[in-house]
Design a protein around this ligand. Structure first.
Ligand SMILES: Nc1nc2c([nH]c(=O)n2[C@@H]2O[C@H](COP(=O)(O)OP(=O)(O)OP(=O)(O)O)[C@@H](O)[C@H]2O)c(=O)[nH]1
Length: 129
């Protein structure tokens, strides 16, 4: 199974989401940015590298928040949501949009299916209600 690290960056009750561009798998779906964990790399190293590569943001990884296994047609992924702090001005080097979403609105976005359990748990753990 493929391990994929995803950044959970939260600021003032909002969380960063990016949209997968045309030509990518899951085009048009919103996700927590990140990518596959490479051999020899920790999940934290992976997410810091991916956030630099995809958004040119400095990123400091904190702890794993939650993992979500999902069976796509092309195979299963284990999506590992990592709490992070980012700094800088994002540049869209891979995605076609980026937004900071109030947690209350998170489930109204067309999220990649593997992300939905993590979004729900974020809402439960950090939401106002
Ligand atoms: N980055 C990221 N990928 C996700 C999320 N949710 C989800 O199902 N995925 C899936 O996880 C897989 C790996 O993501 P990716 O394509 O960004 O990773 P990558 O750049 O390392 O791999 P690649 O170069 O083979 O495409 C993709 O099939 C993607 O659709 C998510 O929240 N973030």
């Amino acid at each position: 199974m493929k391990n994929v690290a995803a950044a959970l960056a939260m600021v003032n009750g909002t969380v960063m989401l990016t949209r997968r561009a045309p030509n990518q798998q899951l085009e048009g779906y919103w996700e927590f940015p990140g990518g596959k964990v490479e051999p020899g790399e920790t999940v934290q190293q992976c997410i810091e590298r991916e956030i630099k590569e995809e958004l040119n943001l400095a990123c400091v990884a904190d702890r794993v928040f939650m993992e979500s296994v999902y069976e796509y047609e092309g195979g299963a992924i284990n999506l590992i949501g990592v709490l992070v702090t980012v700094s800088g001005e994002p540049e869209l080097l891979v995605h076609d949009r980026l937004t900071w979403v109030p947690l209350d609105d998170l489930l109204t976005f067309k999220l990649a299916p593997a992300d939905i359990p993590i979004a729900k748990e974020l809402l439960r753990a950090h939401g106002p209600n």
